[in-house]
Design a protein around this ligand. Structure first.
Ligand code: ATP
Ligand code: ATP
Ligand code: MG
Ligand code: MG
Lengths: 256, 256
């Protein structure tokens, strides 16, 4: 059965795209068949995986609008075993275009049915809001991973994304699970970060991944080379952390 | 004449709220009468200025929807001379609620007419997207300041916000100016940051503020105390940088 994982958090800049790009690369390195779906009009996950041409392409927009091409949107990346459905700018208009249509929140779920057989993991990079596109992602997903920057504003927003997931679970997608919260850009010398991390572990315990992603300049450099940090510098602390996270995900999601 | 400044960038986590909270505090310290309008459903600017109760209040939602209370939304903050119109969660639904209504992009402009006489500066904290709420902000503004994190994904998105501002200028608000781009969370030891900064200054020259905001742990700590960094630790590098930025804004915006 295909695992469909939404990477979601309405707080901006917390590492959603970085986690999508690097976790999927690590899963592919573990011989899983993986598909990334870039749902953010900014198209950062597409860039991070080397897709530079974002105009006049089949994109995740086609999955959300159910156009005639929606089954042909997946393209190969430079990472063996990792495909992507890129983003295009017109995703920004989806909320208004679908306003009023019944079933508008289940469009992505239906479209992904056509892809599920070909992949072990489908990972959805969400935009920094809880609008219709993120709602589509949560309804299409079997689980959600929430990247959390260890800072005050990000902590303040955590209860909002968690209550949205619970709301989706009781109203639209009973099978969604909270896959876990992953601490990102973590600097252990920073008191605030240590405090936030202790706070989150105290309240959410096992829901927080053991793996912590450190702040690491190699991670921030990698997108400028159009490649994941695991390919850009596989010996870096950042690459190693995402490989650890992938191992932890495999243990949690495939316990056999 | 009142300066209305939008703090906008669709890229998440680049320092929009931090710039709003601290620039306005510094302007108030320079004896200007200042109003912050928090247009982000996350409500971070409200928190950063000590407003904790965000349910059942008059908020920026009322300005966008033109409810009967919209003229009574401003409340005092702990900073002398600085008021705020806080955010509430229902702002997230504005795009759908106003879909199809003519003039939906000028709602904020009309509402702010009722506030303009009382303030020298009105500063609008925008959400991380280029949707209807940010469009309202750009149409209501006399100028826009774009915080830019010196990183690759943020640089990739810069052309998008700049072309949106140009689009608004030629179609809806001919008087909007690009007030400037301000580099945030800058670490001069980081090659990538130095490269991005040189790149931006080469292409945009005088449009980039001379003042650069350094990455500074005091800035990230201040919101957990519900206060701007200038009050939390006025000797910190972060506080000093925002005071410098305010001085530069005053020189640029009030050249007499
Ligand atoms: N562990 C890390 N160490 C250093 N830099 C990082 C790390 N994780 C992410 N970054 C950088 O921080 C910035 C924000 O990360 P990213 O874009 O992945 O967040 P996001 O949540 O997807 O943002 P948005 O809300 O705009 O979609 C990027 O410039 C990225 O390169
Ligand atoms: N100069 C700085 N030094 C250190 N930390 C900073 C600095 N500026 C902002 N931060 C921190 O970085 C994070 C992102 O900043 P902020 O929330 O202001 O960005 P934003 O663009 O408003 O985000 P969003 O897109 O979610 O609205 C916050 O946790 C903030 O405290
Ligand atoms: Mg992203
Ligand atoms: Mg903000």
């Amino acid at each position: 059965k295909t695992h469909i994982i939404a990477i979601a958090n309405q707080k901006g800049g917390v590492g959603k795209t970085t986690t999508t790009v690097n976790l999927t690369t690590a899963l592919a390195a573990c011989k899983k068949r993986v598909l990334v779906v870039d749902l953010d009009a900014q198209g950062n996950a597409s860039t991070g995986l080397g897709v530079t041409d974002k105009t006049d392409i089949i994109s995740s927009y086609d999955l959300l609008l159910h156009t005639e091409d929606f089954k042909n949107a997946a393209v190969k990346t430079q990472v063996p075993g990792l495909d992507i459905i890129p983003a295009s700018m017109d995703i920004a208009g989806v909320e208004v275009e679908l306003a009023g249509q019944t079933g508008r929140e289940r469009k992505l779920k239906t479209s992904l049915n056509s892809y599920a057989n070909n992949y072990d993991y489908i990972v959805l990079d969400c935009p920094p809001n809880l609008g219709l596109v993120t709602l589509n992602a949560l309804i299409a997903s079997t689980s959600v991973i929430v990247p959390l920057q260890a800072e005050f504003y990000a902590l303040e927003g955590l209860s909002q994304i968690l209550s949205t997931v619970n709301h989706v679970k009781s109203n639209s997608n009973p099978s969604i699970k909270l896959g876990g919260i992953v601490l990102t850009m973590f600097d252990k010398r920073n008191n605030l970060a240590v405090q936030v991390s202790e706070d989150v572990r105290k309240h959410l315990g096992a829901k927080v991944f053991d793996t912590v992603i450190p702040r690491n300049v190699r991670i921030a450099e990698a997108p400028s080379f159009g490649s994941p940090v695991i390919l850009h510098d596989h010996n870096s602390a950042g690459a190693k952390a995402y490989i650890e996270l992938a191992k932890e995900v495999l243990v949690k999601f495939e316990p056999s």
